[in-house]
Design a protein around this ligand. Structure first.
Ligand code: NAD
Ligand code: DAU
Length: 355
């Protein structure tokens, strides 16, 4: 079979100021043969930081454009599609944190479902020019595994949180636009990412920063819930591989072959910090506290990524030991970034800049 080589010129990236979007934009501009331009639309929620890409903007000039746009605002989004003659989309923008979806599901329904619907409608309106709509999704749509087995592309959807239900709904819409209208789409369902620029509400950066501050490390339930960790640059390379070479209409599971119970992840973080930044007295492991479990907490995720490995020759490159140490070092070095994303003053500065 001949290999697909998609050429994209005007690539719309949604949610590019978030964790994975930032890493993806840097990856594509710095490490691939893409020679077009990237238009990043982001609403700049608490999780979005345009400064992440300030260096990229300086280095790549008009090949990188930022537009502060809420994907729920159809007319604003339409203007972006028209102004930049968008021919391809990589859709990251989402409310992404499970705990927040439990406390307040409304924003998840709006951004993750209605926002995706708006993007699909605008992509459909220019279907004659559209090379690809890539949808970035999650393994959480498949629900929870017991002690055995893996999620494959054939695993039925059984989302358990408002977040994963909203992502499942968006996956279904993307599939429907392909089946009904012939929209050229691809979908990737990935496991837990970690690495630079992750907002410190997610397990790994939260534990790094709490441990550095000598604060308790809250581990939900018995700490034996299992996640499959993937270094973010491996995910970015997987997405780009699917966008360039993946079969239209197909979904691809992406994972790290790295299942770990949460408690072991937290202990590793403590040990790396004790090594890199020793403190007098007991190990940071002493800060671990078992706390009330997350409602509906999925027990185990594990990904069978043989489809992307065999058809597109993708495998993870980073080991968890090296990736976690790099990540801890990044947070140690980026104290200013951490202070800014955690500070109310920074949110007010964003408001003033972009409103
Ligand atoms: P994130 O929360 O760090 O970033 C989300 C970005 O989307 C932010 O910049 C935010 O400002 C923006 N955004 C939110 N609502 C928006 C709106 N209405 N309009 C425009 N922009 C909006 O999330 P992330 O961890 O980088 O995840 C990105 C995508 O990858 C999500 O779709 C998520 O479901 C998916 N995913 C994440 C993981 C993971 O482990 N983090 C794993 C698999 C899939
Ligand atoms: O699997 C992919 C998903 O991974 C993505 O789709 C989501 O956007 C992303 O947030 C992530 O979801 P999780 O819920 O798995 O990630 P989180 O970092 O919130 O939690 C990881 C595990 O750690 C989970 O079992 C809950 C547990 N946890 C989390 C936090 C924040 C704790 O024990 N204590 C904590 O304080």
């Amino acid at each position: 079979m001949t290999k697909i080589h998609r050429q994209m010129k005007n690539l719309l990236v949604t949610g590019g100021c978030g964790f994975i979007g930032t890493n993806f934009i840097q990856y594509v501009l710095e490490n691939t043969d893409f020679d077009g331009r990237i238009v990043n639309v982001d609403k700049l929620t608490y999780a979005g930081n345009p400064e992440n890409l300030a260096g990229t903007a300086r280095r790549f000039g008009d090949r990188y454009i930022f537009e502060k746009v809420d994907i729920c605002r159809f007319d604003d989004l339409r203007r972006v599609f028209e102004r930049y003659d968008i021919d391809s989309v990589c859709h990251f923008a989402a409310e992404s944190h499970v705990d927040r979806s439990i406390v307040g599901p409304g924003a998840f329904i709006e951004t993750n479902i209605l926002g995706t619907f708006n993007l699909l409608e605008l992509a459909r309106a220019r279907q004659d020019r559209l090379v690809l709509f890539h949808h970035v999704s999650t393994d959480e749509v498949f629900g929870s595994l017991g002690a055995e087995g893996f999620f494959t592309e054939q695993t039925p959807y059984r989302p358990n949180s408002p977040y994963s239900a909203s992502k499942a709904a968006s996956d279904h819409l993307v599939r429907a636009y392909h089946k009904t209208y012939g929209l050229p789409v691809t979908v990737s369902n990935c496991s837990n990412n970690y690495g630079p620029y992750q907002f410190p509400e997610k397990l790994i950066p939260l534990m790094i920063l709490n441990a550095l501050a000598g604060e308790p490390l809250p581990v939900y339930g018995d700490g034996r819930n299992v996640r499959d960790w993937l270094y973010v640059s491996d995910h970015c390379r997987a997405i780009w591989t699917v966008m360039r070479h993946g079969a239209t209409g197909e979904t691809y599971n992406v994972g790290g072959a790295n299942e770990m119970p949460n408690i072991e992840v937290v202990e590793m973080v403590c040990d790396i910090l004790d090594e890199l930044q020793p403190v007098a007295g007991p190990s940071r492991r002493d800060l671990i506290r078992f706390v009330k479990d997350r409602p509906g907490h999925d027990r185990r995720y594990a990904i069978d990524f043989s489809k992307i490995r065999e058809s597109l020759d993708w495998t993870p490159r980073e080991t968890f030991a090296t990736g976690l140490e790099k990540t801890v070092r990044w947070y140690l070095e980026q104290r200013r970034w951490v202070q800014r994303v955690q500070s109310g003053a920074y949110r007010r500065w964003i408001e003033a800049q972009y409103h």
